[in-house]
Write a protein that binds this ligand. Structure first.
Ligand code: HEM
Ligand code: MG
Length: 334
């Protein structure tokens, strides 16, 4: 009874997505929001269940429909997150904090922590959220957003958040955490989300009619802080897949290359050469499938194993089309 991943949109063209059938309604006291400005916004417009609890296939549909993510890219993000933060028994995941609303947990060491769970998908050096060491890693932080504005003013075209601003802000956030966070971790799989999330706003938060990769501060304020699409917002004019995102990610990385590692005390960034670098996409996929998931599910049996294998298969399908990785089977293939 696990639904198959959704197919690509039949009509992937530009569309008014802040529309009357998807009105903004602010999250109520029982609605969960988390560290991802896009998913928060999609929940507040009803593309996702407004309570913030969703199946991975619903997340795929929401990001395709609401922001025009390509099918493979949407599946890569959604199934990766689900394997780290969701409940494979009930097929539900919280887009924020851990909650009983996702049903009875599988046995420890499984976390089912929701997207806010630190040290899984969520990690350090976020642009508008604190490192978990300093406070709430899921909540929008105004001081950090002022830094986002300042960096955009200094490096972005006309004060917008563009690819140059993205490269500098990513670098600054990492340097800042190296200097101040004794528990900084910056390695696989966090590195891939850190760099792609720096690029995402220059694509998906820009109105598809303009589509100039220059995010205004007003639109940024809407998505990051208000969790709201700007009035009259149109999604991207065509589905955006790895082929679009990968070169941009590489471009910001190449401006300030780094090697994965973690702090052992402040200003003591120790490299971890045995972990895959950002350029090794399949290495990161293997790290997720063979280390990160089995850390939480060391020895699954019965339905749990079946559900994990299905979701691992969906994840592989998502990476297989545009990255030729060898499929990893942590629990054997059926
Ligand atoms: C951050 C999950 C799609 C934009 C995050 C984080 C998670 C997450 C767990 C926290 C990482 C961190 O900063 O520590 C997901 C999942 C998605 C998804 C499961 C499923 C499809 C998107 C899309 C966008 C997006 C479509 C488009 C703009 C961002 C941005 C951040 C972020 C900009 C960084 C926030 C910051 O650094 O302050 N996402 N995301 N995400 N996400 Fe998403
Ligand atoms: Mg974070």
């Amino acid at each position: 009874e696990i639904p198959n991943p959704p197919l690509p949109l039949v009509d992937g063209s530009i569309k008014l997505v802040n529309n009357p059938s998807h009105p903004f309604i602010p999250a109520g006291p029982d609605d969960i929001r988390g560290p991802c400005p896009a998913l928060n916004t999609l929940a507040s417009h009803g593309y996702l269940p407004r309570n913030g609890i969703a199946r991975p296939d619903q997340i795929v549909t929401a990001v395709m429909e609401g922001l025009n993510l390509g099918n493979d890219f949407a599946k890569f993000l959604a199934y990766q997150a689900f394997l780290m933060n969701g409940n494979p028994f009930t097929n539900l995941m919280s887009i924020g904090m851990k909650t009983p609303e996702t049903g009875e947990d599988p046995p420890l060491p499984a976390q089912v922590g929701g997207l806010s769970q630190h040290g899984t998908f969520e990690g350090d050096t976020s642009m508008t959220r604190l490192d978990a060491f300093f406070g709430d890693q899921a909540a929008f932080n105004e001081d950090l957003f002022q830094g986002f504005i300042a960096t955009s003013a200094e490096y972005g075209f006309n004060g917008t958040y563009d690819i140059n601003a993205a490269a500098e802000l990513r670098y600054q956030r990492l340097q800042d955490s190296i200097l101040t966070n004794p528990e900084l971790v910056f390695n696989s799989p966090r590195i891939i989300s850190a760099y792609s999330e720096a690029v995402f706003p220059t694509i998906f938060f820009v109105d598809g009619r303009l589509n100039n990769r220059q995010l205004t501060m007003d639109a940024a304020r809407h998505f990051f802080d208000f969790q709201m699409m700007p009035a009259d917002f149109h999604r991207q004019p065509a589905p955006v897949n790895f082929t679009m995102v990968d070169p941009l990610t590489k471009a910001i990385f190449d401006k300030h290359p780094f090697s994965p590692g973690s702090n052992q005390g402040v200003n003591n960034f120790v490299l971890q050469p045995e972990t895959p670098p950002l350029a090794d996409f399949c290495g990161i996929y293997h790290d997720i499938a063979l280390r990160v998931v089995p850390d939480q599910y060391p020895n699954p049996t019965g339905y749990l194993r079946e559900a994990l294998n299905k979701n691992l298969g969906f994840l592989f399908d998502a990476v297989n089309t545009e990255h030729n990785c060898i499929q990893a089977f942590p629990y054997g293939s059926d």
